[in-house]
Design a protein around this ligand. Structure first.
Ligand SMILES: Cc1ncc(COP(=O)(O)O)c(C=O)c1O
Length: 390
């Protein structure tokens, strides 16, 4: 192993809290779907650093925009106006479903969800939030209390009161809980960490109807599904989701191509209930993050990445069809769950030895693919060949 590898591993192990099980890679640079390690090894990245590298690693348009912004002004808070913030907000609202007309910027997915729940409580005067078993919404107090997956709520104790869980895909289970105490129903429209679970369109349509009937705010946590990942800008409004548009969409991950940024997109009705100082964050809406948002959305548009996701997803599904040991492919676009008859962790490890990065999930048999939206057919061929050779 190279000295750079040994140094980085030794120093991180010594000085950083060991909160993640790491792959034996010292990441040095990236280009598109390729990640280069300090020893020169090249990895095909089908995980994108937790779904963050939507535009691919170090997309030239994003890098140029960040350089240009860094030369002018790194940061000023929301106490002043900014061209960079104005452009990002305008652009984000322009690609959003028509009824979502205003953006709130923050710094991460969990923060976006905290603010979405707060807005729902402020808008309705109610306090409870329904989420779903298997959903993941983040690690800060309110978001982790909304996360009925594995040990998360246990880690987050004492939990914020008023969180209740329904069964994903089961409308009746939601109906029974959705009384006048409920401010919001929040869901990952495709449950990623649970093993890439998507419901039928009827489920989303039923949730929309229920929320309308009972005055409940519908929140889509699109931290993973947003910003082009499904081959549409958002799951909200998509055909597979019954064209349902929620009252709030939360975003993060791919939104800044790696610069930390989160956002809530909200309807005019919600926006009208939010007053000065109801929400806030020092860093949210900072110029570097805003330059990253605009450049990310532009890069997706300019490179035709939404169409690419659709075309390459179709090729991937076709190439994988009938592969021995693979029983099912779930998800949409570039958020895909590959269900194997054997353990996904072993497949993940074997692929890593072949220099391909994938993700696991909380379902031991499901391997997750969250590649950059610029993944090409030739790269899919490489993945399918290596997978087939295992
Ligand atoms: C669906 C979903 N929501 C929220 C979060 C939390 O985002 P962050 O880690 O940026 O706080 C994640 C992170 O994995 C996520 O996948």
């Amino acid at each position: 192993m190279s000295t750079a590898f040994d140094n980085a591993v030794a120093l991180e192990d010594r000085y950083q809290l060991a909160t993640y099980k790491k792959m034996p890679i010292v990441a040095e640079r990236g280009e598109g779907v390729w990640l280069y390690a300090s020893d020169g090894t090249k990895y095909l990245d089908l995980y994108g650093g937790h779904a963050v590298a939507g535009t691919g690693h170090s997309h030239p348009h994003v890098v140029a925009a960040l350089r240009e912004q860094a030369d002018k002004l790194l940061f000023y808070s929301n106490l002043v106006y900014s061209g960079a913030r104005a452009r990002a907000a305008e652009k984000l609202v322009a690609v959003a479903p028509d009824s979502l007309t205003k953006a709130f910027f923050c710094n991460s997915g969990t923060e976006a969800n905290e603010n979405a729940m707060r807005m729902a409580r402020l808008a309705t005067g109610r306090s409870n939030v329904i989420t779903f078993s298997g959903g993941f919404h983040g690690r800060t107090a309110d978001a982790i209390s909304a996360t009925f997956l594995g040990k998360y709520r246990e880690i987050g104790k004492p939990n914020v009161p008023g969180h209740i869980a329904a069964e994903f895909g089961d409308l009746e289970s939601v109906r029974q809980l959705a009384d006048e105490s409920v401010a919001a129903i929040m869901l990952e429209p495709i449950q990623s960490m649970a093993g890439v679970k998507m419901a039928g369109a009827d489920f989303y349509l039923g949730l929309r109807q229920l929320c309308d009937e009972r005055g409940i705010v519908l929140i889509y946590d699109e931290v993973q599904t947003g910003v082009g990942r499904t081959g549409e800008w958002f799951f909200a409004g998509s055909d597979v989701g019954g064209r349902v548009v929620p009252d709030v969409i939360t975003l993060a991950k791919a939104l800044g191509s790696g610069i930390p940024v989160g956002a809530c997109l909200v309807t005019e009705a919600i926006a009208s209930k939010i007053k000065e100082n109801d929400l806030g964050t020092t860093f949210g809406g900072g110029m570097m993050a805003m330059a990253a948002v605009s450049a990310t959305l532009e890069a997706i548009e300019q490179d035709g990445m939404l169409a690419n996701v659709k075309a390459v997803e179709a090729q991937l599904r076709k190439s994988l069809a009938g592969m021995p040991g693979l029983s099912e492919i779930t998800g949409k676009g570039f958020l895909l769950g590959l269900r194997f008859t054997s353990k996904a962790a072993e497949i993940h490890r074997a692929l890593l030895e072949r220099k391909i990065i994938t993700g696991t999930s909380s379902d031991p048999n499901v391997l997750r693919l969250l590649p950059p939206l610029c993944l090409q057919e030739s790269e899919v061929d490489l993945f399918v060949k290596e997978l087939g050779d295992l």
